[in-house]
Design a protein around this ligand. Structure first.
Ligand SMILES: Cc1ncc(COP(=O)(O)O)c(C=O)c1O
Length: 470
């Protein structure tokens, strides 16, 4: 029996591994897993990653379970990881990286936090899923309600996609209207109605709106450039009385890092109220990241509904939507709007969320994130200037981004002016220097409480070297 990160893989546990014919990809994967153990780091090679990923491509579409992971826009093959801790990740070839992806956001207190892990082990002893009420749901619900200004009641689900799907259905049920406005480059998960001019993987892969989405599902989805109030006003005039909701990322992370112009969020709040539409903040990314109460606390704007995910699950699969009590009481079984989930509110996921939020309640967390992230972004932008590159970027607390264009970047069209091949070279160079960045120009980056000033210094020094040579 061999082990990867202390997990035993044996033929008796996985009999299929020994019964499949020898050409079976599963068998090859098993052999690669065996070989991937306890590697001493020598130089930057990715042989084992490549071997495992080549096998994965025969097993899963594109070799991954979520498209952006596939490195399509930066070239090369994705890296296969073995373990994570704090600010660091280790791949199967033994390379160590300072991580700025943070599992795409959840890892705000650092990977595999000791207290979260210890709490998970205690919960695990009582079972992994009840499919029935448990007190841990109350605990996390109370924490979310007392943290997030707009949330008076909450429903837990299993992903950000589910949270946004639920919130949209609820907005339609509450208002009795069909149409929704979303912004170009914003990503609200992969539900049919939102796959229109979407950000994240859709933007990274340059995909047109996805095949398989019925026309009917998107015919009520209206779009506007981000930060463009004139278009919003025109849409409300053209579709008077038909718009159920405006949904947006209050700070965009899925078209790269884009901040709202002063007055943008405030005006959206005013326009939606005047027109009887709901304002939905998709805080799957910004929730508990920009402030303990999310972007709505940071900017002082209270939406009607809020969607959450990532951090509230502390690395386990959790999403949530919540908002005003009169709206939330329309959700079944309190009300008629149906939405359900076999594993929703499961005790492990609730535990990871509770202990992650507990850590974030400690004083000074968000100032710390703001300081180190500011040093990181300013360091990279200064290094860019010295290297003769046109760049712009910014950060709020533990969320950041930079573009290879002079900017300013106020919307997705501006973001697309970036030199994406230069980003690809930068990304590759940083990997070789031991820094793991999101493999797309159109994704935000994340720091964590586990990132030290030394980590930031090392990253900026690495960026300096790479930006001099690309
Ligand atoms: C703002 C936002 N909304 C929704 C989602 C979808 O969440 P999930 O990937 O958990 O389904 C994401 C994912 O990155 C996101 O960033």
């Amino acid at each position: 029996m061999t082990s990867v990160s202390g997990v035993g893989y044996s033929r008796s546990l996985f009999p299929a591994l020994s019964t499949k014919p020898s050409r079976s990809p599963s068998r090859r994967v098993a052999s690669v897993i065996r070989n991937a153990v306890s590697v001493e780091k020598k130089s930057f090679t990715l042989d084992k990653s490549e071997e495992i990923f080549n096998a994965a491509k025969e097993l899963m579409p594109g070799g991954v379970n979520s498209p952006v992971r596939a490195f399509k826009s930066v070239g090369g093959q994705p890296i296969v990881f073995d373990s994570v801790k704090g600010s660091r990740m280790w791949d199967v070839d033994g390379n160590e990286y300072i991580d700025y992806v943070g599992s795409w956001g959840p890892a705000i207190i650092g990977h595999a936090d000791d207290k979260v892990n210890a709490a998970l082990i205690e919960t695990l002893k009582k079972g992994t899923s009840f499919g029935a009420p448990c007190v841990l749901e109350n605990v996390l619900a109370e924490m979310v309600i007392s943290a997030v200004p707009s949330v008076e009641m909450v429903r837990f689900v299993n992903s950000g996609t589910e949270a946004c799907m639920g919130a949209l259905r609820l907005a339609r049920a509450f208002t009795g209207r069909q149409k929704v406005i979303k912004f170009e480059g914003c990503y609200h998960g992969h539900a049919d109605s939102f796959l229109v001019k979407a950000g994240s993987g859709v933007a990274t892969l340059g995909l047109p709106d996805s095949p398989g989405v019925p026309k009917g599902a998107t015919s009520d989805t209206l779009t506007s450039p981000y930060n463009d109030l004139e278009t919003i006003k025109n849409l409300f005039n053209t579709h008077k009385g038909d718009i159920a909701a405006v949904i947006l990322e209050p700070v965009v992370g899925n078209a790269g890092f884009i901040t709202p112009k002063p007055e943008f969020l405030n005006s959206l709040r005013k326009i939606t109220k005047e027109n009887g539409a709901l304002l939905i903040f998709d805080e799957v990314m910004t929730g508990f990241r920009l402030a303990y109460g999310g972007a709505q606390e940071y900017f002082g704007i209270i939406p009607d509904l809020t969607t959450m995910g990532k951090i509230i699950g502390g690395g386990l699969p959790v999403g949530a939507y919540g908002g005003r009590r009169d709206i939330m009481e329309k959700v079944a079984p309190a009300g008629p709007m149906y939405q359900a989930g076999t594993l929703s509110g499961n005790p492990l996921a609730m535990t990871a969320g509770i202990h992650t939020l507990k850590r974030l309640m400690e004083p000074g967390c968000y100032d710390y994130l703001d300081n180190i992230t500011g040093d990181l972004v300013n360091g990279i932008l200064d290094a860019g200037k010295r290297g003769g590159h046109e760049m712009c970027g910014g950060h709020i607390r533990g969320m950041f981004g930079f573009f290879f264009t002079g900017g300013p970047v106020h919307n997705f069209a501006d973001a697309k002016k970036s030199d994406t091949s230069k980003f690809a070279r930068f990304h590759r160079g940083m990997l070789e220097e031991g820094v793991y960045l999101a493999p797309s120009q159109f994704e935000a980056g994340f720091t964590s409480l586990a990132h030290s000033s030394k980590d930031i210094e090392q990253t900026v020094e690495a960026a300096e070297r790479v930006l001099q040579r690309i």
